[in-house]
Design a protein around this ligand. Structure first.
Ligand SMILES: [Zn+2]
Length: 105
């Protein structure tokens, strides 16, 4: 099954601390450098982790409500803002990546 998630700022949001800024992608290159917690990762890995985290939110909502709704109604700014606040609250924990590089996340 494929689930569609909101791609908004997936490559600019730090999966470790949540800080979101264009400045996390200096020169819009492939290197992600969080300006808040200083984690450094390949930008594609950051984007993939953020997509994975959002997919988990969709699955949690689906399990709780029985309704699969992968995207907020884009015409409803309040719903969209609430959804994006949830995105900012999820974190990628090293505890979920036991095989990660030493010093990585
Ligand atoms: Zn960070």
């Amino acid at each position: 099954m494929a689930v569609t998630v909101d791609a908004w700022k997936t490559s600019q949001a730090c999966p470790r601390c949540g800080y979101t800024s264009e400045d996390n992608r200096p020169g819009k290159g492939l290197l992600f450098t969080c300006q808040a917690c200083h984690v450094v990762l390949h930008a594609d890995l950051v984007g993939a982790r953020n997509v994975a985290l959002r997919t988990l939110l969709v699955r949690q909502d689906w399990a709780r409500t029985g309704v699969l709704s992968e995207r907020p109604d884009v015409s409803d700014e309040e719903a969209k803002a609430a959804q994006r606040r949830r995105y900012a609250e999820v974190r990628w924990s090293p505890d979920t990546s036991p095989h990660a590089f030493a010093g990585g996340i």
